[in-house]
Design a protein around this ligand. Structure first.
Ligand code: ATP
Ligand code: MG
Length: 451
């Protein structure tokens, strides 16, 4: 992409409404624009990152054997009346009536709808196990929408639902989700710690929330610092293996890590004092096993091998896709702007031309642009006739992890400058070597072309 032809409405001033750094930088970098309280338009740069995060979530869900689909945002109230949640859900549910006076709602979650789909089409254990998911906009009429996309009213969420014959099978699905979530967050450059949580209105005895540690997080968390040493890495995992998934769950959840809702002071005090931490965290996902709560309410039964009918065992599993943009920025920024992890960066590399209009500099930039594009990467070429200082400030603000700077002086010696946004370190390389290095960096990050 050439910056002269892109739409990147960068703001020079700090917007006064933004209280936390991720909200501030998302507005300043021209990623989002508020349209009403807690409702945002996703401008091109924000949309690109949103889609990258969504792609990672899809890839990791499908890798775990979960099946993508799409349910609507607007739902009929009938199923919610059947499950009893129409009255229970309270004011967070946006209730609408259509021209015929029928009660509708903008879905805050989809347990009812998916259970209805299931009961209409599945009746036998032979069709299990089954996990269906979608990534769709949700609406919750939050009393205090704030912090930009972190607590919106309209937000983008992956929600998945497993259907299993027995509790044992459903717990395997739970563990499988835990593993797939660990992988997803790591690919986004995030550490998200599974913590024992509370079921809330969805209910259920087994539930973990995934929290990204950040001072601006809304949840108070208590943990053994040893949990922050754990990484999933690139280990191979067989998602069908009960033992392997169970092993990962045990590894990642056996140390003390709880949200304030489930915190137990006595147990916490058993953690060696120097490892006890009280901090704040951002909830970026949650997994639940809730057994037969919805299948009983809605009559979703399956026939077992013994010919008997029983309610199907279920769980639901959510990732806050739009909230993740804020969480990643909270975890990765400095005073000049965002620092995108390679796995989600909107463009792989910036190209800054220090002397736009200079024949040699222009030609060198064009050939870098072509070489990176031919390698399957997406560069952002700042080809505007602007001062170098302004170009650097924009690149720093929008946070591309790598920048190639091209100027007539370097070109005389046959070099360009490659700079890491994270470390600030630069090296002089031939243009070919710079391209080669960028290609190698991204070879270690499964990366896709954005929108
Ligand atoms: P919270 O406790 O933050 O209100 P929740 O526990 O009600 O969230 P879930 O039903 O578990 O949310 O939804 C799954 C994920 O969706 C959450 O882990 C979170 O990342 C995201 N999410 C929930 N509410 C919002 C919101 N208002 N804005 C943005 N993302 C949200
Ligand atoms: Mg939750």
């Amino acid at each position: 992409m050439r910056l002269s032809r892109y739409f990147l409405p960068v703001l020079k001033e700090n917007p006064s409404e933004a209280q936390i750094v991720s909200h501030r930088y998302m507005l300043r970098a021209g990623m989002i624009k508020q349209s009403a309280a807690g409702i945002y338009s996703w401008l091109p740069l924000g949309f690109k990152v949103l889609k990258k995060i969504e792609t990672i979530v899809h890839e990791e869900q499908m890798r775990a054997g979960h099946i993508p689909m799409l349910m609507p945002t607007l739902q009929s109230a009938d199923l919610w009346k059947e499950s009893g949640r129409y009255d229970d859900y309270g004011q967070e549910m946006l209730r609408i009536s259509d021209r015929h006076g029928r009660d509708m709602l903008y879905g805050p979650t989809n347990e009812e709808l998916i259970t209805d789909i299931f009961r209409s089409h599945v009746g036998s254990y032979k069709d299990l196990p089954l996990t269906l998911y979608h990534i769709q906009w949700k609406f919750r009429d939050e009393i205090r929408p704030r912090f930009g996309v972190m607590r919106g009213r309209e937000f983008y969420m992956k929600d998945g639902y497993n259907f299993d014959l027995t509790k044992e099978d459903a717990l395997h699905a739970y563990n499988r989700h835990l593993v797939s979530y660990l992988r997803s967050y790591e690919r986004m450059g995030l550490q998200a710690i599974p913590m024992r949580a509370d079921g809330g209105p969805i209910g259920g005895d087994y539930t973990h929330e995934f929290l990204v540690l950040a001072d601006t997080g809304e949840s108070e968390v208590f943990y053994d610092s040893a949990v922050t040493d754990l990484t999933f890495g690139d280990r191979a995992i067989d998602y069908d293996s009960v033992e392997q998934c169970q092993g990962v769950l045990e590894e990642f959840t056996s140390k003390y890590a709880r949200t304030d809702e489930t915190h137990d002071e006595a147990l916490f005090n058993e953690v060696p004092e120097e490892r006890r931490r009280v901090a704040r965290g951002i909830e970026v996902g949650q997994i639940f096993y809730f057994g037969t709560k919805y299948s009983e309410a809605l009559g979703a039964n399956v026939q077992g091998p013994d010919g008997k009918q029983s309610p199907v065992h279920m769980g639901s599993h959510g990732i806050g896709v739009s909230r993740l943009l804020g969480a990643i920025i909270e975890a990765s920024h400095d005073d000049k702007g965002i620092i995108w992890p390679e796995g989600v960066t909107p463009f792989h590399c910036g190209i800054v031309n220090l002397k736009q209009g200079d024949g040699e500099a222009d030609a060198a930039c064009e050939s870098l642009y072509e070489a990176l594009t031919a390698a399957g990467l997406e560069p952002l070429y700042d080809d505007r006739k602007e001062r170098a200082g302004g170009k650097f400030a924009t690149m720093d603000l929008i946070g591309l992890p790598w920048r190639i700077t091209v100027g007539p002086r370097g070109l005389k010696n046959g070099v360009v400058e490659l700079t890491s946004r994270r470390s600030g370190e630069s090296e002089e390389l031939s243009p070919e070597a710079a391209v080669q290095k960028i290609v190698e960096i991204y070879a270690n990050h499964q990366t896709g072309r954005g929108f």
